[in-house]
Ligand binder design. Structure first.
Ligand code: TYD
Length: 215
């Protein structure tokens, strides 16, 4: 009997999360076929997309930190209900690009709203659903910032503007989350090449799948 499997990939800006996911997907598709559901917040869900425009738009510099945290949590709730939960119910393998850890790191620590406070509103938003397994891509803040500046192709969003100091707080929170959740969060050194990271991530995923009776 196959169980559902829910994994997330996390990391500060510039860690190479998108690159890794793009390299991982063909391997996972080959292995899992139709059982793979790859999603990213806001997940193409109409309400969550609207919220994302609101929260990341440069046109709202007056946005209060708590408003921001609540909006991320609201977008997450809708994405969970429309995409993640139905897939888990069908025993799919769900890969989510970011989940609650992002809010804890960015809003809780980065915006200094409090890790516990942000975790609490997200418990409400997610009905206490947590990933079974999380890969955290760790990058020293100076390197993360350099990469963002060098690789910039997307639009600069409102949250990018705080740069190094913000990045350091976000990274520290991720490291603490990884330390506090050693059976869920596995840290990879994101200064390694994308190819090496892909292999390391695949090994971790395979181990989890064997352990969790997924296949
Ligand atoms: P994302 O779309 O994952 O962009 P990237 O792939 O470039 O990391 O996230 C966009 C920004 O939103 C990013 O700076 C992280 C931030 N973010 C939060 O601050 N809190 C959250 O809960 C989430 C999901 C993202």
């Amino acid at each position: 009997m196959k169980n559902s499997f829910f994994m997330s990939i996390e990391g500060p800006d510039g860690a190479g999360k998108t690159t890794l996911i793009n390299l991982l997907l063909p391997h996972l598709e080959e292995k899992l076929g139709d059982d793979l559901v790859s999603t990213r917040e806001p997940g193409g869900v109409r309400i969550s997309e609207k919220i994302r425009d609101l929260v990341l738009g440069v046109e709202y510099p007056e946005m209060d930190g708590r408003t921001e945290a609540l909006l991320f949590a609201a977008a997450r709730s809708q994405h969970l209900v429309e995409v993640i939960l139905p897939a888990l119910k069908e025993n799919k393998f769900v890969l989510s690009d970011r989940f609650v850890d992002s809010s804890i790191a960015y809003q809780g620590a980065g915006r200094e709203l409090g890790v516990k406070e942000v975790a609490d509103i997200n418990k409400f938003a997610t009905r206490n659903i947590e990933p079974d397994f999380t890969i955290y891509l760790d990058i020293p803040s100076e390197i993360g910032i350099q990469r963002i500046m060098a690789n910039r192709t997307d639009e600069v969003n409102r949250l990018d503007k705080d740069a190094l100091n913000f990045h350091i707080k976000v990274r520290s929170a991720y490291l603490k989350l990884a330390e506090d959740n050693p059976t869920r969060i596995f840290t990879l050194d994101a200064t390694k090449t994308p190819e090496v990271l892909t292999q390391e991530a695949l090994e971790l995923i395979n181990k989890q799948l064997e352990k969790g009776d997924y296949l």
